[in-house]
Design a binder for this molecule. Structure first.
Ligand code: MRU
Length: 351
């Protein structure tokens, strides 16, 4: 363990590359303890991603990029680097940012093949840092676009953690919250606790407290009552993968919020960088959904709550159909339907 809290360009970040390791906040310990792990190998990074010590789609993309730098410290042999990339890619299946970042790192590796190991390592570290810096810059832009959408004096509903901890820094949906708060447009955040692992109650609440932004945590099943009482003017959610037609995979329970928002005519916005768009996925049907272990559902905070022998279904994500999404707030602006046209126009790689 190390002690200094990771930051990047003076922004709180869940991770940072140090001389020979990645310093990474262990998000499973928050909010009780702020522990910074020392990750020195690819296999340690794979485990950190799998057990959600680092989580959130953009953050795990950045973690994977730094994981490739760690791999290159051991050897720059092409087979070794390919194996490292495959191990990282398989760590979690839904967030497309993981594969997106690895493809960028592999592109740089191939472009520098034949160079000395130290030149290769330097090029990989530079690319990983670029991915990290671009994410923070993009999030700040997203924050500005998103805040413009919100009416003065509004309250918003969120799910999961989409803040600094889930990204390179600043946050996506929580970045919009930060920007709206700075512009004095925001009255309160309602944060769904986000069972089973409570990223909303533990991590969103931790970030909001530090920012001094007023918030209330609610159990996920209170969202319907909240919307029915007209307490929020927008729902802001992140994304793990956005298909070409706008269908969006995000934390389990997001789809429920979208249906409720439609019922109560409250705009439902997906807030995510272009790195979360998968142009190869034609629709939500092509998005792989991670299923996690039953113990996350059958126990709460380490204590068994269901009787021994109970079984569980534990999808980590669900898919919200594009027709329920009022807009996708990206660093390229607010994308609107028809998404099959606006998403490729904004997010296709430029030649
Ligand atoms: O399982 P997690 O905690 O990695 O899930 C995270 C989410 O679903 C987030 O909403 C998403 O990754 C966007 S984070 C900016």
């Amino acid at each position: 363990m190390t002690s200094r809290i990771p930051s990047f360009d003076s922004v709180l970040s869940p991770l940072d590359y140090r001389d020979d390791h990645v310093a990474l906040i262990d998000q499973t310990a928050l909010p009780g303890r702020l522990e910074v792990l020392r990750i020195a190998t690819v296999s340690e990074m794979v485990v950190a991603i799998q057990r959600l010590a680092v989580r959130g789609a953009p953050a795990i993309g950045i973690a994977a990029a730094y994981g490739m730098v760690l791999a290159s410290r051991a050897s720059c042999a092409p087979e070794h680097m390919a194996e490292a990339a495959e191990a990282l890619r398989a760590a979690r299946p839904t967030a497309v940012n993981l594969g997106w970042a690895l493809d960028r790192m592999l592109g740089v590796f191939r472009a520098h093949e034949g160079r000395s190991q130290s030149e290769l390592r330097a090029a990989l570290l530079e690319e990983a840092r670029r991915i990290h810096a671009e994410d923070i810059e993009g999030n700040k832009q997203i924050g500005r676009f998103g805040a413009d959408l919100l009416p003065n004096g509004c309250s918003v509903l969120t799910i999961c953690n989409t803040g600094a901890l889930a990204t390179g820094g600043y946050g996506t949906a929580l970045g919009v919250v930060r920007a709206a708060w700075a512009q004095k447009k925001l009255t309160r955040v309602y944060a769904c606790e986000t069972r089973p692992l409570l990223q909303g109650a533990r991590l969103n609440a931790w970030e909001l407290l530090q920012e001094g932004i007023p918030f209330r945590v609610l159990v996920d099943s209170a969202a319907g009552a909240l919307l029915a009482q007209g307490r929020v003017q927008a729902v802001l959610v992140g994304a793990d993968r956005i298909a070409r037609n706008g269908d969006t995979a995000n934390k389990i329970g997001t789809y429920t919020l979208a249906v409720l928002a439609a019922r109560h005519r409250v705009p439902f916005y997906v807030v995510a960088p272009a790195s979360t768009v998968d142009l190869r996925a034609a629709s939500g049907e092509a998005i792989p959904i991670e299923e996690r272990g039953p113990e996350e559902v059958l126990a709460a905070l380490g204590r068994q709550v269901a009787p021994q022998g109970a079984e569980a279904w534990n999808p980590a994500f669900d898919v919200t159909p594009a027709e329920l999404i009022a807009g996708i707030v990206s660093e390229h602006g607010v994308l609107r339907p028809p998404y099959e046209e606006t998403i490729p126009a904004a997010c296709a790689p430029r030649a």
